[in-house]
Design a binder for this molecule. Structure first.
Ligand SMILES: [Zn+2]
Length: 361
């Protein structure tokens, strides 16, 4: 991930990419399938005879959405492949190397989301084996780097019915993995609205083990955010860019402490919001809506989370205190139990103190 945002001056000169790389970050919205460590992926592609270039620069070009190319949602989606793997070891390696790289982006705590289906479907691997492998790989990555890692299970609106979601959810919950703390609904929000998944989310809510986040208002109007809240009882919203159109919704989000997981770079590439400098994140933050800065799919985007921080600083005139506040908002919005949230808050503040001392900020 070499997504350095360069060019033009920034509002607060000292908060550039190299400084912000070190800044401790809490991330709530990143897909494991979109954040693969590229060199590991390249090696695996060659070993498994995947139909992709065998020289690294051409491979990189093929698997990533070029950083400065025109927004194109379908082209963006076409970059996700699920035929990389031939063995459990492949899944372990890519999961481990990708999560180990979180530390390079200054990530202190992350709720990374993954779809067991993605890793299993090509070889029809057992979904529970896959879930265990990903969580074990993350445990090792966390031990080796100090990044704290928790997981959300991603379910796809167009590829799984709510009955299939329920079946997989029940099986995964039977593993009793305390690291899995949330459920995410992703995929085609235009054609598969929240109403189709009411029973599944009702069941998840009544179990009480998992927080819920719904991709909504990314390419749909604010009404879909309302539906995710009213119909599915979402605890957080993925993207929610269209909340900028609806001041009643903004007030509701602020009053109820419901955070939007916003992703500036991703929104430009998919065409969800193409004018980065005018992205809703800055205005929503200043209006008191709980917003958070996230990367979404940094490998596909040829970017990193730090790029999104650089953009937020530059475009919305944020300073170090704003960035700390945004990360406190993210901590409040994690799906951790209250006592663990308190521990994370203290731990995070200590990391920020060390960062400020080292950077003289
Ligand atoms: Zn997403």
């Amino acid at each position: 991930m070499d997504g350095n945002v360069q060019s033009t001056e920034i509002a607060t000169p000292e908060l550039d990419h190299s400084t912000l790389l070190q800044f401790p970050k809490i991330e709530l919205h990143r897909h494991l399938e979109g954040t693969f460590e590229l060199q590991t992926l390249f090696t695996m592609s060659i070993r498994n005879g995947i139909d992709l270039p065998t020289d690294f620069p051409s491979f990189k070009k093929e698997v990533q959405f070029p950083k400065d190319s025109e927004p194109d949602f379908l082209k963006f989606l076409s970059k996700f492949r699920n035929n990389w793997y031939r063995s459990h070891e492949d899944v372990w390696n890519i999961a481990y190397e990708s999560m180990r790289a979180f530390a390079d982006d200054g990530i202190h705590y992350i709720e990374v989301r993954f779809s067991p289906e993605h890793f299993a479907i090509h070889n029809n691997f057992d979904r529970l084996d896959i879930t265990n492998i990903v969580v074990e790989a993350g445990k090792k990555a966390a031990e080796d780097t100090g990044t704290q890692i928790r997981y959300l299970l991603t379910f796809n609106r167009s590829r799984q019915t709510q009955e299939e979601m329920r079946e997989l959810y029940d099986k995964v919950m039977s593993l009793q993995l305390s690291e899995i703390i949330g459920i995410d609904l992703a995929g085609d929000e235009l054609n598969y609205p929240p109403e189709l998944f009411v029973d599944f989310f009702k069941a998840v809510k009544s179990d009480g083990y998992c927080g819920t986040t719904i991709h909504a208002g990314e390419v749909t109007p604010a009404k879909q955010v309302w539906d995710a809240l009213n119909v599915l009882n979402a605890d957080r919203i993925g993207h929610g860019t269209s909340a900028i159109e609806d001041t009643n919704l903004q007030r509701y989000l602020a009053d109820n402490g419901i955070a939007l997981e916003q992703c500036i770079t991703s929104n430009r590439q998919t065409g969800s919001w193409t004018d980065e400098a005018n992205h809703p994140l800055g205005r929503l933050y200043k209006a008191g809506v709980p917003v958070t800065i996230n990367s979404d799919d940094p490998t596909i985007q040829d970017s990193d989370l730090t790029d999104d921080y650089v953009k937020a600083v530059r475009y919305f005139d944020l300073d170090i205190e704003d960035l700390i506040k945004l990360n406190h908002i993210a901590i409040d919005a994690t799906f951790l139990p209250e006592t663990e949230k308190e521990t994370l808050r203290n731990d995070y503040d200590a990391a920020v103190t060390r960062f400020r001392a080292a950077q003289n900020l």
